[in-house]
Design a protein around this ligand. Sequence first.
Ligand SMILES: Nc1ncnc2c1ncn2[C@@H]1O[C@H](COP(=O)(O)OP(=O)(O)O)[C@@H](O)[C@H]1O
Ligand SMILES: [Mg+2]
Length: 262
Amino acid sequence: MPILEVQHINKSFGQTQVLNDISFSLERGEAMAIIGSSGSGKTTLLRCLNFLETPNSGKIIVNEETLFDGSRPTQPSDAEIRKKRLHFGMVFQSFHLFPQYTALENVMLASLLLAKERPDYKQNKRVIHEEIEHHAIALLEQMSLNGRMTHYPHQLSGGQQQRVAIARALALKPDILCFDEPTSALDPELTDEVLRVIRGLADKHTTMIIVTHEMAFARDVADHVVFMDDGVVVEEGRPQDVFENTQNERTKAFLHRFSQNS
Ligand SMILES: Nc1ncnc2c1ncn2[C@@H]1O[C@H](COP(=O)(O)OP(=O)(O)O)[C@@H](O)[C@H]1O
Ligand SMILES: [Mg+2]
């Protein structure tokens, strides 16, 4: 069974249809790269998965649980949406760390908020806090940020901030980790630093969706590549097929344009 099934997702903003019948599935432990020119709907697709946008139709199924079904429109409560969001960890282009909190506090924050909803929170506050702190420290260590835990975002490089953001996304143990152009705001050296971390997660079979313009990385690390253009999936498959044996004319044109620009 796939861990994620996206079925026939449509999304319009006013008269503009931004996602047009998007379908794909993702297996557990698989890394999927989504590639496509600017404006093709990649961010909107990730935002739909994370319930930051509501599709007009289609279905989103995670672990056989239907999280969204456009044929049965309901108005989920804020608590229900928060619960659905827990399936997805999000890493954005521009980190979005809280400047007033340290690296460690940024990673712990969501887990602490969630713990406060536990019925045993008051009784076991100290133990729960310690558990959350230990887990956050382990994640920051995994991101090679051992000496940076008490630093504030402004004291960290972009690459370090993005690694904090990845640790934060992992803190709630999501089923699927989603990256939206995680290195587009970074210079080449820091890009490599962050790509190494993502590659390490892929090696450990973390289930991931990575929207990226890093073609060499996608080809090397992804198990599955989805190519989007103008709100449509125009091609998908194994990287060697999509990159080396491109069938679709729009994919060919994009890859050609890209290889000339870079
Ligand atoms: N909230 C919104 N309201 C209106 N149009 C939007 C909104 N968000 C995205 N769009 C439009 O949807 C299209 C796809 O955008 P986006 O998903 O950001 O593409 P990508 O991430 O591939 O660059 C663009 O034309 C963009 O202007
Ligand atoms: Mg985008």
